[in-house]
Design a protein around this ligand. Sequence first.
Ligand SMILES: [Zn+2]
Length: 249
Amino acid sequence: MNPLIPLGPSLAAACAGLIAYGAVHPRSQLFGPTLCRTNFPRKLAITFDDGPNPALTPKLLDLLDKHNARATFFLIGKYVRECPDVVRETVARGHLIANHTDTHPNLFWLSPGAIRAELQRCHDAIGAIVGSPPKWFRPPYGFRNPWVVKTAAELSMRTVMWTLLPGDWKPRPLESLIASLQPIALNAEQNLSNPKATGDVLCLHDGGHRVLNADRTNTFKALEHWLPRWRDAGLEFVTIEEAVRTAAA
Ligand SMILES: [Zn+2]
């Protein structure tokens, strides 16, 4: 009897575990380098996925303006073509526009050619409206495989993940969403005096990938609650580009 045979299933399970980690863990670098943190504890990068959303994004832009906040919007290409005015307005208010694929598939299961097509179509849709292609990309659901980050890099985009994903798309009481954003303030309290600390990248959703005009009222209300408090805690709200402009001390 081959003594290695019993190792087969456990080795396969270990490999499967490693692949799962590389594919979904936000800070895994297994399938290529990704940006997960800002360079300075004072800089909070608030990011929004799955827009543009005519039902929320314009209101959200007003709220961000009120608090002098700049953010990064990872857009779905098919919505960009449907709502070009919302995209133009987002850029005009000083926010950063980024690529979140054309139709929001799980890229883990797609071939290199299909991944390229998804990224390229969104790239082109944004470029046609903004005048220049996006430099930042986030994979839907955070799923990567060996080709995703590489394909984004070939299109001159860096891949962005997050430090906090509070699950604002889930139906739940507002109080629960507000509570799940508490780590941002706690991290600020602990890290602001440490020059070697990094800052958070927060992943929220102003849209919904299944339908345009998704209800994201709770996301809006949670930010209404937290933005002034985060400001009082000493945080600045910056785009991903600004978050990495200066090297960490
Ligand atoms: Zn998404």
